[in-house]
Design a protein around this ligand. Structure first.
Ligand code: BGC
Ligand code: BGC
Length: 428
C-alpha cells in the first residue's frame, strides 16, 4: 500500500511545554532567548495539538490520508534525556497512536526532530559522543511501549539541517556557530541512528528509516571550478548523511580540511540495513566556485523559477532529478524511498492556489521518477497545519489547514480539498 500522509514535528505543533512532566528542550531555551526567532515567537502553545489531537486526526481522516508522520518529543519521554521514563509522556503518544489506528491511519513516528533535552545540551549535546548512546536508550523506551502498534519508525529528522543550522551557523537551537567544527554532530547523530536501529529491532520494529534532507546540487557552470565546488557541497549536504548509512563509508571531505573522528566498528553500526530511506525535498541548490569566506563553495541561488512565501525556488523537476540521482548513485544499496516531507509556505490565504500548483508539480515529478524505475512507497505533505516554523516563528505558513493562533481555529484551505479529491476522486 502506498502511504499518503502529512508530516508534523512535536515542537512545531504540540505546545503544552510544561505539562505532564515534560522537560525543557533546547528549542524552549533557544526560542526564549531575545533575538533568536522572528518576533520572539516560541512553541509554548503552538497549535495546542497536545490537547487538540482528536480534532487533528479528524482533519486527516477528512483528507483521506492513510499515514501520519509526527515526532516524539524526547523531553516528554525522558525529561532530562537519561534515566527513568516519564509515563505521562508515553501515555500521550499512546493515545495519539491509538487514535490514529482507530481512524485507519498508519503512524510513522520520528524519534528526533531537533528538540534535544536541555540537560543533554548542558553536557555538549550532539557534540558529545555519549548522546548517541542516550538516544538509543530513549529509542528503546519508546519502542518498548509502542512497537506492538507502531510498525514504521524514523530515527532522525534531517541530521544535516540540525548540524548546519543548529551547530554550524547558530540559526536554530542550540544556537552555536561552530562552522566546520560542528562536524562531530554529523557523526554522533549517525551513530545514534545506528544504535537506535539496534534498539528498535530488538523491540520488534518492522520498518526502520532515517529521514535526510536531500537537495540535487547543480554546478553554476560547466567550469572545472564550479563542478568541484558543487561536488564538495554535495558531499557535505547529501553524501555525508547518505553514504555512511547506505554504503558504510564517509565521503571525502578533504575540500573542507576536516576529518571525522570515527572509531572502529562505528560504520558497521551506522550502516545496518534499513527498510526505507526518508527523503525531505524542498528545492535544488546551485553552487559555484568559492569566493572568500573560507568555504570551498558559494551558494549561487536558483533563479528563473517561482518562489514560495519563504523565497525558496519552486522546482518540481528537482524531485525527479534527486530521486533518479539517488538511484544511480546507490543502486542496489538504495532501499525503497519515502518522501517524508515536501511542501511550501504561502501567503496566509484560504485560496492557496500556489500550494496546489506546488503539490501538483511535485506529484507529477514523483510519477515520473516512478516511471524511471525509482521505488517510491510514500509521500508526506509538509504540513498538515500552519505551525511554529523554527526561527521564522508563526510567519511561514506551510499548512493544508490554516491555523488562527489567537483562537486555535483550524480551517482547511483550498489545497486540502484539492488533495482530498486527488487522493479519493470518487468520494466527492
Ligand atoms: C532549504 C530547505 C531546508 C530548510 C530548513 C532551506 O534553506 O532550502 O531545503 O529544509 O532550509 O529549514
Ligand atoms: C523540517 C521541518 C520544517 C520544514 C520547512 C524541514 O527542514 O524538517 O521541520 O518545518 O523543513 O522549513
Amino acid at each position: 500500500m502506498f502511504l499518503w500522509g502529512t508530516a508534523t514535528a512535536a515542537y512545531q505543533i504540540e505546545g503544552a511545554v510544561t505539562e505532564d512532566g515534560r522537560g525543557v528542550s533546547i528549542w524552549d531555551t533557544f526560542s526564549h532567548e531575545p533575538g533568536r526567532t522572528r518576533d520572539g515567537h516560541t512553541g509554548d502553545v503552538a497549535c495546542d495539538h497536545y490537547h487538540r489531537w482528536p480534532e487533528d486526526i479528524a482533519l486527516m481522516s477528512g483528507l483521506g490520508v492513510n499515514a501520519y508522520r509526527f515526532s516524539i518529543a524526547w523531553p516528554r519521554v525522558q525529561p532530562t534525556g537519561t534515566g527513568e521514563a516519564n509515563p505521562k509522556g508515553l501515555d500521550f503518544y499512546e493515545r495519539l497512536v491509538d487514535g490514529l489506528l482507530d481512524a485507519g491511519i498508519t503512524p510513522a513516528p520520528t524519534l528526533f526532530h531537533w528538540d534535544l533535552p536541555q540537560a543533554l545540551q548542558d553536557r555538549g549535546g550532539w557534540m558529545n559522543r555519549d548522546t548517541s548512546q542516550y538516544f538509543a536508550e530513549y529509542a528503546a523506551i519508546v519502542a518498548d511501549r509502542l512497537s506492538d502498534r507502531v510498525k514504521m519508525w524514523i530515527t532522525l529528522n534531517e541530521p544535516f539541517i540540525h548540524m548546519a543550522y543548529g551547530y554550524g551557523l547558530g540559526i536554530h537551537a542550540p544556537g552555536q556557530a561552530l562552522l566546520l567544527d560542528a562536524l562531530p554532530v554529523a557523526h554522533h547523530q549517525l551513530l545514534g541512528h545506528g544504535l537506535a536501529v539496534q534498539a528498535l529491532r530488538a523491540s520488534g520494529a518492522e520498518q526502520v528509516l532515517i529521514t535526510n534532507n536531500c537537495t540535487p546540487v547543480r554546478p553554476g557552470s560547466d567550469s572545472e571550478a564550479d563542478r568541484a565546488a558543487a561536488d564538495a557541497y554535495d558531499a557535505l549536504h547529501n553524501r555525508l548523511f547518505n553514504d555512511p548509512v547506505l554504503l558504510g563509508t564517509y565521503p571525502d571531505l578533504s575540500a573542507y580540511g576536516v576529518e571525522m573522528d570515527v572509531r572502529d566498528g562505528d560504520l558497521d553500526v551506522i550502516s545496518a540495513p534499513l527498510d526505507g530511506l526518508g527523503v525531505n525535498y524542498y528545492n535544488p541548490t546551485r553552487i559555484g566556485a568559492p569566493t572568500d569566506d573560507g568555504l570551498p563553495f558559494t551558494d549561487l541561488g536558483i533563479t528563473g523559477h517561482p518562489t514560495t512565501a519563504f523565497g525558496w525556488p519552486v522546482v518540481p523537476d528537482g524531485l525527479r532529478e534527486l530521486l533518479v540521482g539517488l538511484r544511480d548513485r546507490y543502486g542496489a544499496a538504495l532501499p525503497p524511498i519515502h518522501i517524508t516531507e515536501n511542501g511550501c509556505s504561502t501567503e496566509d490565504t484560504l485560496d492557496d492556489q500556489d500550494r496546489i500548483a506546488f503539490l501538483d508539480g511535485h506529484l507529477t515529478a514523483l510519477d515520473q521518477a516512478g516511471a524511471e524505475g525509482v521505488d517510491v512507497r510514500g509521500y508526506f505533505v509538509w504540513s498538515l497545519l500552519d505551525n511554529f516554523e523554527w526561527a521564522e516563528g508563526y510567519h511561514q505558513r506551510f499548512g493544508l489547514v490554516q491555523v488562527d493562533f489567537d483562537t486555535q481555529r483550524r480551517t482547511p484551505r483550498a489545497s486540502y480539498t484539492w488533495l482530498r479529491n486527488r487522493l479519493s476522486p470518487d468520494a466527492s
